[in-house]
Design a protein around this ligand. Structure first.
Ligand code: 6GU
Length: 292
């Protein structure tokens, strides 16, 4: 079995046996360490695409229980905040020891990620960049956060990012880490099948005609379902017309859901038809409405 979820720490760092095999033949393996007080939270990493990738040795997961590095009888990992205020703060001691153990003797190519709602927003380009590290360590805090000295000290040893997954508050860094790990791993070579294709996704960063737009609606059989027909153009076989229709839909969807993304598109990437679609959707381009 692999290393998920874990009991006490040393046992959990057992590499996936497949990963150690020489059949890895030159393929880059990304190691992902997670430190948490809820190791069970990470059982989803065994499932689906990521589970397969771990079985095949493309990714190596190790989940570490922070309480392994708490030395009092109650295995406490938190304390009252200096300066007062509500909630509890995670103590730097166990976190420091956990990081020492996880980094071991060397940490080339390692990055530490601290999930926190007060971090920089996580984005697709960061997911791609994280995948180029040899090793990622996610330190999942709970309560009101981790004593700030932990991150400060860690920063003297490895690059540290404080990262948020959105403008809302979660009860801990665990679900945020799962989100980031999924986004990173699906971009690794060999994780997605050819059928899936990353670059055309919304936020895929592809240079193609849909760059910077949200994906529009998709359809499959049956052609009519509960009286609802698939848009006939998709059955026309006219590939240029289909591509144009898809772009229209992507523009409409982007205007409706993410006007901020729409406003960020370089105007010189928009043709006359784009401008018409945007105007019809109530998103006149600046300058155009002032021209008359
Ligand atoms: Cl990374 N952690 C927590 N606790 N809440 C969040 C978050 C992270 N990102 C958004 N909200």
């Amino acid at each position: 079995p692999g290393s998920l979820p874990s009991g006490p720490d040393p046992a959990t760092a057992v590499p996936n046996p497949a990963a150690a095999a020489p059949v890895r033949s030159g393929r880059r393996v990304v190691k992902i360490d997670i430190i948490t007080i809820f190791p069970e939270y990470f059982s989803p990493l065994r499932v689906s695409l990521l589970g397969k990738a771990a079985e095949r040795g493309i990714i190596e997961f190790a989940v570490h229980d922070l309480r392994s590095w708490a030395h009092d009888v109650h295995h406490s990992v938190d304390d009252a905040p200096f300066g007062g205020g509500p909630g509890m703060v995670m103590s730097p001691g166990p976190w420091g020891e956990a990081l020492d153990a996880v980094l071991g003797t060397g940490s080339p190519g390692t990055r530490l990620i601290l999930p926190t709602p007060s971090g920089v927003p996580f984005r697709q380009d960061m997911a791609a960049a994280y995948g180029r590290n040899a090793r990622l360590v996610f330190a999942c805090g709970r309560y009101e956060g981790i004593d700030a000295r932990f991150g400060d000290e860690a920063r003297t040893r490895v690059p540290v990012d404080e990262v948020s997954v959105g403008d809302y508050v979660l009860s801990g860094g665990e679900p945020a880490a799962l989100v980031m790990i999924d986004a990173v791993c699906r971009l690794l070579p060999g994780v997605l099948g050819n059928a899936e294709s990353a670059p055309d996704d919304s936020f895929g960063g592809g240079a193609g005609p849909m760059a910077g737009l949200l994906e529009g609606p998709v359809f499959t059989r049956p052609r009519v379902w509960r009286g609802r027909e698939v848009p006939p153009i998709l059955l026309s076989g006219d590939h240029a017309a289909i591509a144009r229709w898809r772009r229209d839909e992507a523009l409409r969807r982007t205007v409706a859901c993410r006007p901020d993304l729409m406003a960020a598109l370089p105007p010189d990437t928009l043709d006359g038809r784009d401008r018409q679609v945007l105007a019809d959707a109530g998103f006149p381009l600046s300058g155009e409405d002032m021209a008359h």
